[in-house]
Ligand binder design. Structure first.
Ligand SMILES: *Cc1c(COP(=O)(O)O)cnc(C)c1O
Length: 414
């Protein structure tokens, strides 16, 4: 039988031959803490320190002139195109906007407007397990903007059966935020298009870790988050994708001056920009945008096939180790066993979830607790190592073994 340290050496070996092994050094990560939170907040790239310093200097020295001279005004579309490179989107279809929730609001309003057809297509179709903010936003669209529209929530596995001729838009997360279930984008797009519906994808848990080909998959609309696997920093703005074929007809309700065709003419009437900038509203959060641009630039350095291969390997290792070392303590892996249907995080269910999260944090392993009993581990392939997975599961095993020894001792007391 392999001893723990022999097995650990095998994981060290995997790191030594990892084609992405040099990427970790590009992040400013501490060696005494392992953050399995990349699906929630990625760490700072080293280059971001310099980029923000430079931005501050330009602010001080150049003031408003930097909006033009440093292309700050164009940054939402320039960074958008960079993100487009990660999404399989040709230039001119992606722009950085507000938070993902607000971006979703804009695109959902626009999609219903485009599809409403005098009331013949009033339905926003989504799944019950979607991220709560996405569900709240859809409700907000029907309460405050399109009052004749309705939201229909169905179980994820029944989604395609519900795509009927009354559906304006299908709104789905590409990867489920809890279970990591990865949905077949192209198949759902095709099914929706056959019924005359559009699909709006939330890419928050897939962009940067799951290879994407939005143009090739015939995707209509998408939004996604800047601070998770794109490493854009806390509160980084999110982005919007509108397929070129829809763009000339696509409208959104927050018609502010920077979405105008000629903002600096200061005319009283609104005319949308002919391109993707029509989705923007006001001044972009410039400093956050600089950090996002660096995070995206770093993410784009890695070969997407290598990123996916390592993500799948880390997930499979985690699940196998959890099966052999933790199952006897009642810890269950949730979500798909088949890596082809899994994103880049793994969730474990345990009655001791809260104690485990605390014990792991004391040992330098950070993850997310989703009460009451879910532990979520983001496996970001650019900086998480194979040995980190091994060490984390070993630490959980120790914690659980201590806990069960305590229970036995307590139970034997009179
Ligand atoms: C993280 C995440 C968001 C983030 O929303 P914000 O408005 O940027 O806070 C939205 N949707 C999903 C599915 C997410 O995972």
């Amino acid at each position: 039988m392999e001893t723990g340290s022999e097995q650990r050496r095998y994981f060290e070996h995997l790191d030594a031959i990892d084609p992405l092994r040099d990427m970790r050094a590009l992040f400013d990560v501490r060696d005494d803490r392992i953050f399995f939170n990349g699906n929630s907040l990625g760490p700072p790239p080293r280059q971001t320190w310099h980029r923000l310093h430079e931005g501050l200097r330009q602010w001080r020295d150049e003031m408003n002139a930097a909006w033009w001279d440093r292309q700050w005004l164009q940054l939402p579309t320039l960074t958008g195109d960079r993100i487009g490179g990660l999404l399989g989107a040709a230039p001119g279809q992606v722009v950085v906007g507000e938070s993902t929730s607000v971006n979703l609001f804009k695109l959902l309003c626009g999609a219903v407007e485009l599809q409403f057809d005098g009331g013949r297509r009033p339905v926003i179709l989504t799944d019950l397990d979607n991220f709560p903010s996405d569900l709240y936003i859809a409700d907000g669209v029907t309460r405050y903007v399109h009052r004749e529209a309705t939201v229909r929530r169905v179980p994820t596995e029944e989604i395609t059966e519900h795509i009927g001729t009354d559906v304006a838009v299908v709104m789905l997360s590409h990867v489920d935020y809890r279970t990591a279930q990865l949905l077949p984008m192209q198949r759902i797009n095709e099914r929706a298009h056959a019924a005359g519906a559009l699909v709006l994808w939330d890419l928050s848990h897939s962009a940067g870790v799951v290879p994407l080909d939005l143009d090739g998959a015939g995707t209509d609309l998408a939004v996604g988050c800047g601070y998770k696997y794109l490493n854009g920093g806390p509160g980084a703005p999110g982005y919007m994708y509108v397929a070129q074929r829809l763009l000339p007809r696509f409208e959104q309700p927050a018609t502010g001056w920077l979405g105008h065709m000629r903002p600096f003419d200061f005319t009283p009437g609104y005319l949308p920009d002919p391109g993707i900038a029509r989705l923007t509203t006001g001044c972009p959060p410039l400093l956050s945008l600089l950090a996002l641009d660096e995070g995206v630039a770093l993410t784009a350095q890695a070969d997407p096939a290598a990123v996916r291969a390592k993500s799948v390997a880390l997930g499979t290792e985690f699940i196998e180790l959890a099966g052999t070392r933790l199952a006897r303590y009642g810890v269950e892996v949730t979500g798909p066993a088949d890596s082809a249907q899994r994103g880049s995080h793994v969730s474990l269910r345990s009655d001791s979830a809260e104690r485990l999260a605390k014990g792991l944090a004391d040992r330098g392993f950070h993850l997310e607790l989703r009460p009451p009993d879910l532990l979520r581990f983001g496996l970001a392939p650019l900086y998480i190592r194979h040995v980190d997975v091994f060490d984390c599961v070993a630490a959980m095993e120790e914690l659980l073994a201590e806990e069960s020894a305590d229970t036995v001792r307590d139970g034997s007391r009179p």
